[in-house]
Design a protein around this ligand. Structure first.
Ligand SMILES: [Ca+2]
Ligand SMILES: [Ca+2]
Length: 474
């Protein structure tokens, strides 16, 4: 099954020009009751700033700026599932759409001083809609022939309806894709990182899990004009990566060499941990040979494997392109061998942390290889115990590769203690000191980076609070 990702939302505002000098971040704290509260960006007024929407159980609230008080909140009825925020009546202000047991409901957003929210209106019924156990954000409002329409994934495909319920289009899926999502397969929704999809005004996108016999015939509006290149061949668990090192490079895990679709969706970076000590990473690059069009099965060759010091941080959701040239770069972590320095060990034990060195090797398109020398080194340290419990094969926690300041280049964030988070912004390289570091009162369990019309929002998840970081303007 091939995962095809694309962004779909009403483009309500222009992208702000990226700024190169973003010295710091402003942090706001939002208390949550459910650790799994959803968070996404939405635009409440045409031309207005995007605001953060938090869906905490059945309570939906909006935060229009940095500050702790929501500008609006409402309780969704029991049984509500998919939720979207969009202007569906073209009055310049957004409404809330929610599905409740096969009924599509509309709620008005009430700003301060305008009284209590009115009862929801039932727009129409869509009987075969699948409902979820609790509300979750999903794409529903889409532009259709110049007007706002509602796209509804049904059991066997997708239907486009007017807000009054009139069926505007029907796109059946030919297949029996396994129902593995809350929404009707093969459709699901999730929030997206800014580096993946520039969708101003909203940070929700659809994920369509398509297989060759199960992809509905969708119009261009709903589908990507050019499918995104595959991100990764296999996940690189430490065991798999060690085992791969003793096999030929064509069988290694890989990720896409290019971040966009231009030129070569089949160009890949194959990687494996190098025996015997597995402290280095072997890299072999699969590129198009001379002659012939790029196709999956011809005219490609693998370069001889090169060894880079350190363990590759295998790309997950975002391909790291630090210098914004469209080619994925390498981030490797390294740590001094125990016994290398008695003084170092003594200091580490006293301080309760062990040094970790992160290095960046940029891809050199002219040479067709990754630079042998790192362009940048980040020195940090983590608790010794984290080497015992590796997270995704690395001792750092919450390692996040994403564009934190919205300048288009990948940045680096991580926790090097349970209740802290640090961000290094890439500026021709990483500085020694993080651009942002702050302790929080609770353990940071996960991170999300949400697209917005101006700057991404970095969401750090604690057990009872979300900490939202937004890069300061120039
Ligand atoms: Ca690059
Ligand atoms: Ca950046």
């Amino acid at each position: 099954m091939i995962a095809r990702l694309f962004a779909l939302s009403l483009a309500l505002g222009p992208l702000a020009a990226p700024g190169r000098a973003a010295p710091g971040f402003t942090v706001s704290e939002i208390a949550i009751r459910q650790p799994g509260a959803h968070v996404f960006m939405a635009q409440l007024a045409e031309g207005g700033p995007p605001c953060l929407a938090v869906l905490d159980g059945s309570f939906l609230s909006f935060y229009s700026g940095i500050g702790a008080e929501p500008s609006f909140g409402l309780n969704l009825p029991p049984g509500a599932s998919a939720v979207d925020v969009a202007d569906i009546d073209a009055d310049g202000r957004a409404e809330i759409l929610a599905i409740e047991h096969g009924r599509v409901l509309r709620f008005d957003v009430v700003t301060a001083g305008a009284g209590a929210p009115a009862d929801p209106r039932v727009l129409f019924e869509a009987a075969s809609m699948i409902s979820g156990p609790s509300p979750y954000p999903s794409v529903m409002a889409i532009p259709w022939e110049g007007k706002a329409a509602i796209a509804i994934p049904l059991e066997g495909g997708m239907q486009i309806r007017s807000p009054a319920g009139e069926i505007l289009a029907d796109f059946p899926a030919e297949s029996q894709a396994p129902p593995q999502f809350l929404f009707a397969a093969p459709f699901a929704a999730r929030t997206v990182a800014s580096a993946q999809a520039g969708s101003p005004g909203s940070s929700i996108e659809w994920v369509i899990n398509a297989s060759p016999d199960a992809t509905p015939e969708l119009p261009e509006l709903l589908g990507p004009a050019t499918p995104a290149p595959p991100l990764s061949g296999r996940t690189g668990s430490p065991g798999l990566l060690r085992e791969a090192g003793s096999r030929p490079p064509e069988s290694w895990p890989w990720f896409s060499l290019r971040t966009g679709t231009g030129g070569g969706p089949f160009e890949r970076v194959h990687f494996a941990l190098a025996p015997p000590d597995y402290r280095g990473t072997s890299i072999s690059i699969r590129r198009l040979g001379t002659g012939g069009p790029p196709t999956p099965d011809r005219a490609f060759s693998l370069s001889p494997a090169r060894l880079y010091p350190g363990v590759l941080v295998a790309p997950r959701e975002t391909l790291p392109d630090f210098n914004r040239d469209g080619y994925s770069d390498l981030l490797l972590w390294n740590t001094p061998t125990p016994g290398a320095s008695i003084e170092g060990i003594t200091r580490a034990v006293q301080e309760g942390s062990w040094p970790v060195l992160l290095s960046v090797h940029l891809f050199d398109p002219a040479q067709g290889i990754y630079a042998a020398r790192p362009i940048s080194l980040v020195r940090t340290g983590v608790p010794l115990s984290w080497f015992v419990e590796l997270e995704n094969g690395a001792p750092m926690r919450n390692l996040t590769l994403a564009d934190f300041d919205g300048d288009g280049g990948c940045d680096l964030g991580l926790s090097n203690s349970p209740g802290s988070f640090s961000i290094w912004l890439y500026r021709e390289g990483f500085s020694n000191e993080p651009s942002f570091r702050r302790p929080f009162r609770q353990t940071i369990r996960a991170t999300e980076v949400l697209a917005s019309a101006s700057r991404p929002a970095v969401v750090l998840r604690g057990a009872t609070a979300l900490f939202v970081l937004v890069a300061n303007g120039d």
